[in-house]
Design a protein around this ligand. Structure first.
Ligand code: GDP
Ligand code: PGA
Ligand code: MN
Ligand code: MN
Length: 612
């Protein structure tokens, strides 16, 4: 199918359809009627479409084309300064029953919310083009493929969806052939244009609503153009709605990277790791190993769909086709793989700084900043400016197939077999570098009570410790206690011999002077090597009140230029610090309420006893 353009007038109602899929045609017509766009365009996912849309973004001042010699076919976009991150306080799970949204989600009665949204969307696309973007999360060869259709009035979102998902004509053809269900994802920046009104580079609305109807499996997003608020296949579908589908079908949608590790003995293990936003998933997914003979390959960097394989094990699929990574801190020394991928072309950079020679820069890309930049707000910047040049949540959006170390299995619909699940957060104190859970139930406790300091990935205060179960706090599409019961059940439903082992890590523990005790990044290889040693039954571990920790000498520190005392401090289990944690954990389980599995209360009792 080719790109078509037509006016949604009553005179040409059939031209609105653009598809033989009757429910899709009906929904598109209904949305056009409600939102009143000037034109409707069906995205075909072609090169021509990418060129047309990116050219138009440049022509209307939304995007800047970077120097093709440095960043081919790549663009810099500056968002509205008030639209820079996910808005968790304006994100809703509108289940029919409030109890099903649970205590960790915002809830509004679905009828009330639908009425409010209908008011907000009425005429919201006036003066704009409405794009219909058929997409699939995961492989189109999966059985069944996980279809979605995003309707959006943001060409920036269409271009980003080209990178982040499989979109366009092939997807639509398969959707039609199967007469399949799809998740309707409706998005508007909420900035209609009156005749003659000039557009702004980043239209958005002060009123923002990111809304999920879990029973209907539909998504409505209004007012924001940014990342997880607007690219609806990602957080809204592949995590919040998919977690509900997984609950009903017996699998898990998780906020996890997936990594394939090969040891010098040619042992292959696939690990999935859940860290909250901006706590190291993308970096670990692209690990540059620092121990001889180890290879790491990326399967996914943000989302994993974990399913029973029918033979007692669990497999993981990465449903995304692109990377939407935190720019600051990504540098040639910390993550050369990501740097090569973003430099290979077809990348959209949002809220980073611009160099005088038409390239991008952000804090941490190089040791020294260039002498002059244009900052993320479009203002002239010099190193003495006293403010960061890139926004702390600035992002690169890049096709995953450009990654040098991509695993061959990255888009295999069968997924990869999981040997271990890691959970981790950003904690200055208390949480050791690595702890192994005694069993799946204890692992579920570590995951359920995971804590981390908040980051710039969501609006709100940064650096505040909060509980973030399995790094899914903002993404669980149903009751958190039910989610933890499901987690327990999926793991305990596996064959013990094939059940993934659970580990908790913390790359971010600090010394008294604020320095990181562990060098992190590529050196995390040393921690993963111990994890593999444990999986292979040869790694040593000591029992502590919080779990199994490597004893002195069990981590391979050869060739590492750090003070061994720092490593000891990073691994330490401080009983006093953990006693202080007990009331926090208790308050957290109480807040989650009566649906928390009893097993987790029993685990807390056990921890309390061991800390006496
Ligand atoms: P994600 O949002 O979970 O994918 O996290 P990223 O991998 O994008 O990292 C977020 C921030 O944490 C970036 O600024 C990274 O440079 C930083 N970071 C990632 N891994 C490490 C690590 O091992 N140690 C330290 N100190 N910082 C890290
Ligand atoms: P992140 O993904 O986890 O890489 O930060 C985006 C997000 O969670 O908002
Ligand atoms: Mn994420
Ligand atoms: Mn990431």
């Amino acid at each position: 199918m080719t790109t078509t353009e037509h006016r949604p007038t009553a005179a040409t109602p059939s031209s609105l359809h653009g598809t033989s899929h009757a429910p899709l045609a009906a929904w598109v017509a209904e949305v056009a009627e409600l939102t009143q766009p000037d034109a409707v365009r069906w995205a075909d996912g072609s090169e021509t479409e990418w060129r047309g849309i990116t050219d138009a973004l440049v022509a209307d001042g939304t995007a800047l084309r970077l120097d093709p010699a440095r960043k081919p076919d790549s663009f810099l976009v500056r968002s509205d300064p008030d639209d820079v991150a996910r808005v968790e306080d304006r994100t809703f799970i509108c289940s029919r029953d409030e109890r099903d949204a649970g205590p960790t989600n915002n809830w509004v009665d679905p009828d009330v919310m639908r009425a409010e949204l209908t008011g907000l969307f009425r005429g919201s696309m006036r003066g704009r083009t409405m794009y219909v973007v058929p997409f699939v999360m995961g492989s189109l060869q999966a059985d069944p493929p996980m279809f979605g259709v995003e309707i959006t009035d943001s060409p920036y979102v269409v271009a980003s969806m080209h990178v982040m998902a499989t979109v366009g004509a092939d997807v639509l053809a398969e959707l039609e052939r199967r007469e399949a269900d799809f998740v309707p994802c409706l998005h508007s920046v909420g900035a209609p244009l009156e005749p003659g009104q000039e557009d702004v580079p980043w239209p958005c609305n002060e009123t923002k609503r990111i809304v999920h109807f879990p029973e209907e499996r539909s998504i409505w997003s209004f007012g924001s153009g940014y990342g997880g608020n607007a690219l609806l296949g990602k957080k809204c579908y592949a995590l919040r709605i998919a977690s509900v589908i997984g609950r009903d079908e017996g699998w898990l949608a998780e906020h996890m990277l997936v990594l394939r590790l090969t040891s010098p003995r040619q042992e292959v293990h696939h690990l999935a790791a859940a860290f909250p936003s901006a706590c190291g998933k993308t970096n670990l997914a692209m690990l540059q190993t620092t121990l001889p003979g180890w290879t790491a390959e990326t399967v996914g960097d943000d989302i994993a769909w974990i399913r029973p394989d029918g033979e007692g094990g669990l497999t993981a699929v990465n449903p995304e086709a692109g990377l939407f990574g935190v720019a600051p801190g990504t540098g040639w020394s910390t993550n050369p793989t990501a740097m090569r991928a973003v430099s290979a072309g077809r990348s959209i950079f949002t809220n980073v700084a611009l160099t005088d020679d038409g390239d991008v820069w952000w804090e941490g890309m190089t040791d020294e900043p260039p002498a002059h930049l244009v900052d993320w707000r479009g203002e002239s910047w010099t190193p003495d400016a006293g403010r960061p040049a890139a926004h702390p949540n600035s992002r690169f959006c890049t096709p995953i197939h450009q990654l040098p170390g991509l695993a061959a299995e990255y888009d295999d619909p069968r997924g990869v077999p999981l040997s271990a699940v890691l959970v981790g957060g950003r904690r200055r104190t208390t949480v050791p570098l690595v702890v192994e859970a005694r069993d799946w139930r204890h692992g579920t406790f570590l995951a359920a009570t995971l804590s981390s300091e908040t980051t710039a990935a969501a609006t709100g205060e940064v650096g505040v410790v909060r509980r973030d179960p399995v790094a899914m706090l903002p993404f669980i599409g149903y009751d958190a206690g039910d989610y933890l019961s499901h987690w327990l059940a999926v793991g305990e439903g596996t064959d013990p011999a094939r059940r993934p082992r659970v580990f908790c890590v913390n790359w971010f523990r600090r010394g008294d002077d604020g320095r990181f005790l562990w060098p992190g990044f590529g050196e995390n290889t040393r921690v993963l090597a111990w994890v593999v040693d444990r999986l292979e039954g040869r790694g040593e571990a000591v029992e502590t009140p919080v779990g199994l920790v490597p004893p002195a000498g069990a981590l391979d520190l050869s060739g590492l230029d750090v003070d061994p005392a720092d490593v000891t401090a990073a691994l330490a289990v401080d009983v006093e610090e953990w006693r202080a944690e007990l009331p926090e954990i208790e308050a957290w389980l109480d807040l989650l309420g009566p649906t928390v599995p009893q097993a987790l209360h029993d685990e807390l009792d056990g921890l309390r006893r061991r800390l006496r």
